[in-house]
Design a binder for this molecule. Structure first.
Ligand SMILES: O=C[C@H](O)[C@@H](O)CC(=O)C(=O)O
Ligand SMILES: [Zn+2]
Length: 274
């Protein structure tokens, strides 16, 4: 069996505020997404977003159903985006091969029955949410993404946000990638919340000894998690999600929920954070 999953329940703000380091990590950190020759899923109760990893390591890996979806096929009632954070690979969808280069994303619509993740050296970060309509499979590339340049060198938050799904027809998934100017380490500062959508972050391109201090919690009750290379964070709809790295990094952000409006977020005034 090359597919495995675990389940994360939805945690409320009061419960999260009472947690120590181990409990926070068990509930909000995913530190074992990528294993050679395996598809691994974390099925969450936040908007039923599933966050996964697929590392083909030679033979292509099939997308297999997991019990929590309650369907015969994984994508019977879901859509999926695979982000390649490794070397070039190929994803076959119902017999059609799609070349997926480094930092490319492939959107796969509801109803695709036979999906295979391939490519020696490819490493796929997977995001899947329930769908209500079938949209065409489509390759999304950084060059075609909507780019937002934010922040400044003075505040160590100069960065470019690439909205890969800006003109994509999806049911719920909104996904992009954020990269930094050299020396800038703060993401999503000023911070925000968006109660209509949960969010997941994957931090990658970190040096082995580097980490991101990720901040979560309600704006006036924050907690932190130390996050290493290729680890992911689940952000409940009520939580801020931001962080500062000890060195350079890149991250992928992904949302699912009641709308697909990137701008539907409430900025937290800097003086309100505590
Ligand atoms: O809801 C949007 C997400 O949190 C990210 O797009 C934020 C981000 O990449 C950043 O400000 O650095
Ligand atoms: Zn956000």
């Amino acid at each position: 069996m090359s597919t495995d999953f675990d389940i994360r329940f939805a945690i409320d703000p009061g419960t999260a505020a009472a947690m120590g380091t181990d409990e926070l990590r068990e509930n909000f950190l995913i530190d074992d997404l990528f294993a050679a020759g395996e598809v691994r899923w974390t099925y969450t109760h936040y908007d039923r977003m599933a966050v996964g990893g697929a590392v083909p390591n030679g033979a292509p890996l099939a997308l297999e159903a997991i019990k929590p979806t309650g369907t015969a096929g994984f994508l019977d009632r879901r859509e999926l985006i695979a982000v390649n954070i490794g070397a070039s690979g190929t994803i076959s969808v119902d017999g059609t091969d799609h070349a997926v280069g480094p930092r490319d994303m492939l959107y796969i619509g509801m109803g695709a029955a036979d999906v295979r993740f391939g490519g020696a050296g490819a490493k796929y970060y997977l995001l899947s949410a329930p769908a209500h309509a079938s949209h065409p499979t489509r390759l999304l590339q950084q060059s075609g993404a909507k780019r937002l340049d934010m922040g400044s060198a003075e505040t160590a938050n100069e960065r470019s946000i690439f909205q890969y799904t800006n003109d994509l027809k999806s049911c719920q998934l909104v996904v992009g990638l954020t990269q930094f100017a050299p020396g800038s380490v703060w993401n999503t500062m000023p911070a925000h919340v968006h109660d209509r959508r949960m969010e997941a972050y994957l931090y990658f391109d970190l040096k082995p000894d580097a980490f991101v201090v990720h901040l979560m919690g309600e704006p006036d009750e924050t907690r932190h998690l130390i996050v290493r290379n290729e680890q992911a964070i689940l952000s409940p709809p009520w939580s801020i999600h931001c962080g500062a790295g000890t060195g350079a990094y890149t991250f992928i952000w992904a949302m699912a929920g009641d709308n697909v409006d990137y701008t539907d977020a409430e900025k937290v005034p800097m003086e309100d954070l505590r």
